[in-house]
Design a protein around this ligand. Structure first.
Ligand code: SAM
Length: 222
């Protein structure tokens, strides 16, 4: 470091884990993608249209599933280690899309200028989903849609008990992921209008992240 400053040990190790987690992300999800998650992504993203912004793109697992006729696809990802993996996937893909270093809490778009926002496994990870949902509502055009695919808090008391018990260690392991978050209720409370919500299991993944929801939430026309 040119300043001669030495980062705190905790910072150093969390940077290291962020890099390890980004490198392990695809192998960790591989079985789940083959067991149905890939098909869920394909179904959801076939509904994308117009100017489309993806939040927290990670390693780019959605990249191959977008329709060819989008007006524009913009990928956002605030974590440098994930952006490195994303750039690698983009280089091996025929898809061209800019990658912005942007957090979902502060998107670099004017009000009402986006047709589709995509969030897959991101609303579980952001620190506080409420400001993120407000930001999504801000950038969407009236009639624009949030397409989501998220793992959520279980409705089974037994499983939600374990989600609560394991939330701390899981968050440290999975780079901030909250396995016990009731994301569907948060989307409903945001004022976006829920459509076509489906619930299903995330097969071949640990039980605490197995309950999945997918669907669209639309911003009302003015
Ligand atoms: C579990 S990964 C999901 C990656 C990808 N969307 C997918 O479906 O595989 C969560 C992603 O959200 C990103 N993330 C974390 N905090 C974020 C924030 N505040 N805004 C946007 N993305 C964030 C992480 O860096 C990570 O890439």
């Amino acid at each position: 470091m040119s300043s001669g400053a030495v980062p705190a040990a905790g910072v150093e190790s969390s940077d290291l884990w962020a890099r390890v987690f980004a490198a392990l992300y695809d192998p960790l999800l591989w079985m789940g993608e083959k067991a149905g998650m890939g098909a869920r992504r394909r179904n959801l993203l076939s509904r994308a249209r117009g100017r489309t912004v993806e939040l927290g793109s990670g390693t780019g697992l959605n990249l191959g599933y977008y329709p060819d006729d989008l007006d524009e696809l913009i990928l956002t990802e605030p974590e440098p280690a994930m952006r490195t993996q994303l750039a690698r996937r983009l280089r091996g893909s025929r898809r061209r899309a800019p990658v912005l270093d942007a957090s979902a809490e502060q998107l670099p778009f004017e009000d009402g200028t986006v047709d589709t926002v995509v969030s897959t496994l991101v609303l579980c990870t952001v620190d506080d989903p409420d400001p993120v949902l407000r930001e999504i509502g801000r950038v969407l055009r009236p009639g624009g849609q949030l397409l989501f695919l998220e793992h959520v808090r279980s409705e089974s008391p037994r499983l939600s008990y374990w989600q609560d018990r394991l939330a701390g260690p899981w968050r440290r392991f999975a780079e901030g992921c909250h396995c016990n978050r009731a994301t569907l209720e948060l989307i409903r409370a945001s004022g976006l209008k829920l459509e076509d919500v489906q619930e299903m299991p995330w097969r071949a993944m640990p039980p605490i992240v197995r309950p999945l929801i997918t669907g669209a939430a639309t911003k009302g026309e003015i």
